[in-house]
Design a protein around this ligand. Structure first.
Ligand code: SAM
Length: 280
């Protein structure tokens, strides 16, 4: 079946949707159900227009050429859903601040290191919320070996996250004292993270379904609202790999509609509906 929606819209067939589906699965582990056919059209047709293609088939032939890796990345970016906000699922940040950080503070003051990971950070509201939770419980964290790794497959959102700059309206979820302490307005009226807090996060592009060039283990990993886009087998593999990246006693936080399967096999214990602790 073909879907030419109007005379100036690109030709889009069932076979094209199947091709996009295969690419999303193979490149990112993202599972696109039939119900996403129209969404895929609207997201990908923008790329076609920008490059001057009038059919999906021609664009998809191009994107799969060995020399078109940059465009393949742009296609993957177009297929990701990046909805997020500051202090989303507030209980996770309360737990981080009151349970995890005091323990980490004691550890790093004794000369140790502390690593946290926001594993699908989108535009950065999650890792910056983690950073504010760390600073609130441990204000001198930046002068110790404390870092928050923030990664996402989408290079465009990682760049926005790294800028630490947000329209005022998007900062509504940040408690006023935190906003006053860690952010300043920039000349364009946006709010920008500023001062020692900026030493905590490090932003990188990383595909959760490829190799992870990451040394060491983490005291806490936030992997939230991303496995909902993966199929069951991909999720199970990811839970196992994330559990291996946690230090004994470390915590894994997942999205409100997500659950870790085979917790025992992963060496995890569920301590709250969406919080897991690795066995000692
Ligand atoms: C809905 S956002 C979740 C953001 C944040 N974790 C939160 O809960 O608010 C999902 C993010 O997962 C990222 N993502 C999708 N597939 C990925 C993959 N294979 N590896 C890494 N990130 C991925 C998307 O780019 C998107 O930014």
């Amino acid at each position: 079946m073909t879907y030419p929606m109007s005379s100036n819209e690109a030709e889009y067939t069932d076979a094209d949707f199947e091709t996009v589906r295969r690419i999303a699965q193979d490149e990112a582990g993202i599972h696109l159900p039939e119900s996403k056919k129209t969404l895929v059209y609207s997201r990908v047709s923008r790329r076609l227009r920008e490059l001057g293609y009038t059919s999906f088939q021609a664009y998809l032939d191009f994107v799969r050429m060995p020399g078109a890796r940059d465009e393949m990345e742009k296609l993957i970016c177009a297929l990701t859903t990046n909805v997020t906000h500051f202090f989303r699922e507030k209980k996770h940040f309360e737990h981080l601040q009151t349970v995890v950080v005091p323990h980490l503070a004691a550890k790093v003051r004794a000369g140790g290191r502390a690593r946290l990971w926001s594993a699908a950070c989108s535009t950065g509201q999650e890792p910056w919320s983690m950073a504010m939770s760390v600073m609130t419980a441990f204000p001198d964290a930046p002068s110790h070996d404390v870092r928050i790794l923030a990664t996402d497959i989408n290079s465009e959102v990682v760049a926005r996250a790294a800028s630490g700059t947000y329209p005022e309206a998007e900062t509504e979820g940040i408690p006023q004292p935190c906003k006053a302490q860690y952010m300043v307005p920039d000349p364009f009226g946006d709010m920008c993270f500023s001062g020692p807090i900026c030493q905590l996060p490090a932003f990188k592009v990383l595909n959760l379904n490829a190799a992870w060039p990451i040394k060491g283990t983490f005291s806490a990993i936030f992997c939230r609202n991303v496995v909902i886009y993966f199929d069951e087998a991909t999720r199970e593999r990811l839970w196992q790999r994330l559990a291996e990246k946690l230090e004994p006693g470390g915590f894994l936080y997942v999205g409100h509609s997500e659950r870790v399967t085979f917790v025992d096999r992963c060496g995890l214990q569920q301590i709250a509906p969406t919080i897991y602790r690795k066995d000692h």
